[in-house]
Design a protein around this ligand. Structure first.
Ligand SMILES: *Cc1c(COP(=O)(O)O)cnc(C)c1O
Length: 220
């Protein structure tokens, strides 16, 4: 069986150079993540503030070379702890969270807007139809710079079923790119996971987030 480091390299080499690869590390040990960092990973995605804290503290040498991205739902009461840990918050999913981040930040925070592209009740994110208005309001907050969009598409065994959602995100991304606002510079379209990243890249993802294909099935 291939190691996480080998899996990372294989996937990295299969992607075009200008597609960023986020290693989705939720539930993985620091030792496992360290292997992937040693193999060259530069962006680690975390869903939980606590795991990110442990990773920052224990990664040692490697920590300086990696960006940590928050990709899970961030509770407002964890914002203060989260801010010093993360380089990017990919999961800005509500106006209340955005305001909390902007108020508590001591500098400009890099962020993506999470879009609930499938309109699922079980997922966080801004409805696609509200995204432009949302970005306009973000633009006025001061301490947040919007650099992209992130989405989790509705899960399906067949990644082809995700294609229309990815296409919709790409259209939204291109439209928002054309909107000139202070503190907004749309550069990243973060979409596609283990099961779906190939289709996401075909549809214009500039960043994919992969866990299972690197580390194996999550321990339950
Ligand atoms: C877990 C997770 C991923 C990676 O999912 P895999 O199917 O394990 O590749 C990507 N994005 C988010 C937001 C996640 O929580």
């Amino acid at each position: 069986m291939a190691t996480p480091g080998e899996n990372y390299l294989r996937i990295r080499q299969s992607l075009a150079e200008d597609v960023a690869l986020v290693v989705a590390a939720k539930g993985r040990s620091v030792a496992e993540v360290a292997q992937v960092v040693e193999a060259g990973a530069t962006i680690i995605g975390q869903n939980y503030v606590q795991e990110a804290q442990a990773l920052r503290a224990e990664l040692g040498e490697g920590a300086g070379r990696v960006e940590l991205h928050m990709i899970g739902h961030l509770q407002r009461n964890k914002v203060r702890r989260a801010l010093p840990l993360f380089d990017v918050i990919q999961s800005v999913d509500s106006g209340r969270l955005a305001r909390a981040v902007s108020q508590r930040a001591s500098g400009v925070v890099r962020a993506y807007v999470e879009v609930n592209v499938g309109g699922e009740g079980s997922k966080y994110g801004v409805p696609p139809d509200d995204a432009e208005e949302f970005v306009r309001r973000m633009s006025e907050l001061g301490n947040i710079r919007i650099e992209g969009l992130m989405t989790m598409e509705p899960y399906s065994e067949d990644p082809e079923e995700a294609r229309p959602y990815f296409r919709r995100m790409k259209e939204l991304f291109e439209r928002l790119k054309g909107v000139e606002l202070p503190n907004v510079r749309m550069e990243v379209l973060s979409m596609g996971m283990t099961n779906s990243y190939r289709v996401a890249v075909e549809e214009g993802a500039t960043m994919v987030r992969i866990g299972t294909a690197i580390f194996g099935p999550r321990p339950t």
